[in-house]
Design a protein around this ligand. Structure first.
Ligand code: HEC
Length: 168
């Protein structure tokens, strides 16, 4: 009997480690973006911010629903490495290099967001963001969520920044 108790120890340790290191899965049926050509070296100010200006105005620009302001000049600092306001998200709004760990991407790409995770954004959709707009945000995050594009950086990238993107 004593042996059986001892044998459980590694299992318990393993479960503890798993709980500490893995993100909880979020229910998500992703919209497929694979048909959109890869966008290298995405520039935040000229490619990502204009999407917010067009589609998040009134709620996150000149307002901060979800405690999130996306006004030009402020949005980057409110997104990157900032924990989501929604307690059910359990992840940052944007985690550089990891769309699975980025609540922003879930909010715009999941077709079935509901309940504790709130609704798909923009909340007044459909229409939601186009596949091209979603892919710009995806590639920006996967490439490191930098504040500025840098033509030299492209040589440091893996060949395909989407190769490591976690399918949900
Ligand atoms: C009509 C108003 C409205 C529009 C337009 C809108 N949102 Fe939201 N957004 C909300 C509300 C309300 C919440 C909080 C409830 C929820 O998550 O559904 C929210 C929450 C969020 C959150 C979660 C914030 C957190 O930290 O928990 C993100 C991310 C987000 N919105 C992104 C966007 C983006 C990106 C756009 C534009 C493409 C957008 N939203 C457009 C109203 C809106």
């Amino acid at each position: 009997m004593e042996t059986a108790t001892t044998d459980l120890r590694p299992l318990r340790l393993g479960l503890l480690l798993l709980a500490a290191t893995s993100l909880p899965a979020l229910a998500c049926t992703p919209e497929d973006l694979s048909a959109v050509p890869l966008g290298y070296n995405i520039d935040y100010e000229t490619q990502v911010q204009p999407i917010f200006d067009l589609r998040c105005d009134g709620c996150h620009i000149g307002g901060a629903f979800g405690n999130l302001a996306l006004d030009p000049g402020a949005s980057y600092g409110n997104l990157v490495n900032v924990p989501a306001d929604n307690p059910a998200a359990l992840r940052d709004r944007v985690e550089p290099g990891d769309i699975d760990a980025s609540f922003l991407f879930r909010k715009i790409n999941c077709e079935n967001l509901d309940g504790a995770l709130g609704l798909r954004m923009p909340r007044n959709g459909p229409p939601y963001l186009s596949a091209v707009q979603q892919a710009i945000i995806m590639d920006w995050i996967n490439e490191g969520a930098f504040p500025l594009a840098d033509p030299d950086r492209i040589f440091g990238y893996p060949f395909d920044p989407r190769a490591n993107a976690t399918p949900f």
